[in-house]
Design a protein around this ligand. Structure first.
Ligand SMILES: Nc1ncnc2c1ncn2[C@@H]1O[C@H](COP(=O)(O)OP(=O)(O)OP(=O)(O)O)[C@@H](O)[C@H]1O
Length: 306
């Protein structure tokens, strides 16, 4: 049995009509992690999640969840995963507590092992337990979807864009809950368009573009791939032209005294850049730097493979 929470090998999907949404995708989601699946619109993220959920048939390749192959052991694979889809799906005439009880029934969870109220408490919906689902706000509905995905206590939880359209405060509450589930041992896979959130939450990130994996690394290493750094220097006298040096990738004179210098931190360090500025007798009055973030890496990778 594989140690991965999810293992995907050479997965491909061509939709009727010829669209190749996934093209030989392979990666493992390690157990116990929060794993980010990122990619621009139409990259193939939902297709991949829908294959895991058994909603879309793959064209080729294989996938297993918690060691269960989705073809050979579909039932075991299914109970090992909870999926929160982008669309909000539940009957508006049931109350949140009924929604969870019905879902638990569908998964065959014995009454004594159900924890519907505990789940509602965890997603801050305890006081709405008996309200009609149609009266809940968008953010509340989304939190109910997360609770619904957890009724059978799966070891893996997949969240497809869970915070789209949810305000900042509710997003933070949702992430707090996701973190607490992860601390309790649940492996979490999430897709999000909020790169900042992915950077803060995820242990590891895979990036998909045009149906192919273009990166799959621990978040820190991925962010570390952004090698460009910018240092902004204010000098002690007016300049007509920006000084140049071999260690600068680019230098722009802003106003009379401010230089914005881009350099590659894999090649040179800030000390060498500053030494090059002072070589011509210029004095430095002020310095600030800007680090590249996940957004820079993401744009570079998805642009490069277009
Ligand atoms: N049922 C379908 N029939 C035909 N083409 C489809 C179908 N579902 C998705 N596609 C196409 O497959 C590609 C991948 O779509 P998918 O929804 O998996 O992307 P995504 O990465 O989840 O995008 P988003 O972030 O916008 O949800 C897109 O070009 C999409 O138009």
């Amino acid at each position: 049995m594989t140690e991965a929470a999810i293992s995907i090998q050479n997965l491909s999907k061509t939709y009727a009509g010829g669209k190749r949404a996934l093209d030989g995708v392979s990666f493992d989601v390690p157990r116990g992690q929060i794993f980010g699946l990122l990619g621009p619109n139409g990259a193939g993220k939902s297709t991949l999640i829908n294959i895991l959920a058994g909603l879309v048939n793959k064209t080729d390749g294989s996938a297993s969840i918690w060691g269960f192959d989705i073809d050979a052991h579909p039932r075991n694979a299914k109970v090992s995963i909870g999926i929160v889809n982008q669309e909000i799906l539940f009957d508006p005439f049931f109350t949140p507590i009924e929604t969870l009880e019905i879902q638990a029934g569908l998964y065959g969870v014995p009454r004594t092992q159900r924890r519907s109220m505990e789940l509602l408490r965890a997603v801050h919906l305890e006081d709405k337990a008996n309200a009609y689902a149609r009266t809940l706000s968008g953010g509340m509905k989304r939190r109910l979807m997360v609770a619904k995905a957890m009724v059978h206590s799966p070891p893996v939880l997949v969240l497809d864009e869970p915070t789209a359209g949810v305000d900042i405060q509710l997003r933070q509450q949702l992430w707090e809950y996701v973190r607490s589930l992860n601390e309790a041992g649940v492996t979490v896979v999430l897709t999000t368009h909020y790169l900042e959130e992915a950077e803060q939450l995820c242990d590891r990130i895979a990036i998909i573009n045009h149906g192919k994996v273009v990166a799959n690394e621990p978040t820190r290493e991925l962010v570390g791939r952004a090698q460009e750094k910018v240092v902004v220097v204010t000098v002690d006298r007016d300049l007509d032209v920006a000084p140049d040096a071999g260690c600068f990738d680019k230098v722009v004179l802003k106003g009379n005294r401010m230089l914005e210098i881009t350099y590659n931190k894999a090649r040179v360090n800030a000390g060498e850049v500053l030494a090059a500025v002072t070589r011509d007798g210029l004095g430095i009055v002020d310095v600030s730097t800007r680090e590249a973030d996940l957004e820079d890496v993401f744009l570079n990778l998805t642009r490069a493979s277009t």
